[in-house]
Design a protein around this ligand. Structure first.
Ligand code: ADP
Ligand code: MG
Length: 287
């Protein structure tokens, strides 16, 4: 799974409209080796962007370049995709599904026979290879979708909401697994859940309404809003006046509360705290 060549994936001015809906507007970004987290609420345009990179839909304007060249069909050989939603074949066994996907990827049978048991082992499904897909848990199905995305040693791997529908333990499991992939791949993970990517992504792209609102490594994003996240103590009446700012209640004592608030205003006795990625998200994305 390791090779030494570099890889650069460039998105140049990508826009996509579905009729009157502008799903993406002028997306410009360059991915190199590493893990990227595309974070944004539902409808932000994440899946649309993944589908454009994987050529399953066409952009309205703009281009995708891989190592400086326009992506053609051969680019798909460098790509592994885990689409959003578990569109699996319920009656297939785990093995049958993997061989079926290998065929779609033009893998030689000999190569597939070596790769499939290895990949199933990596995602912890080796013992389930003869089980029908319909009998797998949600977490197992997600892991199977990850395994098929890794067939044929792709250089670029797209995971669209890989932890959707999973419980917290399964989320951690998938997250750790994705983190181990990085090094010489371009791994792009979309999610609306901050904790899915905050500890594993080298760079975060915050998306909303078809645009990249900001991007950078998690520490730089936090630094950029430093001073705007604070803890203050308020009574219920004061709290009611703060409704315009995102806040969370940290502790309640009789009629006073300690809250963590994101605000440019100053408050008496405020304590500035270091912004988390969750704070960064709330600061830029007001739903
Ligand atoms: P996300 O994955 O971030 O939730 P999507 O890329 O799925 O966002 O959707 C972005 C926007 O484009 C939304 O407003 C969505 O309703 C719209 N959209 C997505 N797919 C289609 C489609 N096939 N036809 C019409 N509108 C679509
Ligand atoms: Mg989506």
């Amino acid at each position: 799974m390791r090779s030494n060549s570099a890889a650069v994936l460039e998105l140049k001015n990508i826009s996509k409209s579905y009729g009157d809906i502008k799903a993406l507007a002028d997306i410009d970004y360059t991915f190199s080796l590493g893990i990227y987290g595309i974070l944004g609420p539902n409808g932000a345009g994440k899946s649309t962007l993944m589908k454009i990179i994987s050529q399953s839909i066409k952009q309205t304007s703009g281009e995708v370049l891989y190592n400086g060249k326009t992506c053609d069909r051969s680019f798909l050989n460098c790509l592994g995709v885990m689409p959003q939603g578990q569109e699996l074949y319920p009656k297939f066994s785990v093995n049958e599904f993997m061989f079926y996907m290998a065929t779609l990827k033009n893998m030689k049978t000999k190569k597939a026979k070596i790769a499939i048991p290895k990949l199933l082992k990596v995602v912890g499904l080796a013992d389930y290879r003869h089980r029908k897909i319909e009998s797998l848990s949600g977490g197992m199905k997600q892991r199977l979708l990850i395994a098929q995305a890794l067939l044929n040693d792709p250089k670029i791997i797209l995971f669209d909401e890989p932890t959707a529908g999973l419980d917290p333990n399964q989320r951690v499991e998938i997250r750790n697994f994705l983190a181990a992939l990085a090094i010489d791949h371009i791994v792009i993970i979309t999610t609306h859940v901050v904790s899915d990517v905050e500890t594993i992504a080298d760079d975060i792209l915050l998306m909303n309404k078809g645009k990249i609102i900001t991007s950078g490594n998690p520490a730089d994003l936090s630094d950029a809003i430093y001073g705007k996240v604070k803890e203050i103590t308020v009574d219920d009446k004061e709290l009611a006046c703060l409704k315009n700012h995102p806040y969370t209640i940290i502790a309640s004592k009789q009629d006073t509360k300690i809250i963590r608030i994101i605000s440019e205003d100053s408050y008496p006795d405020e304590k500035i705290v270091y912004p988390s990625l969750e704070d960064v998200y709330s600061y830029y994305i007001k739903e």
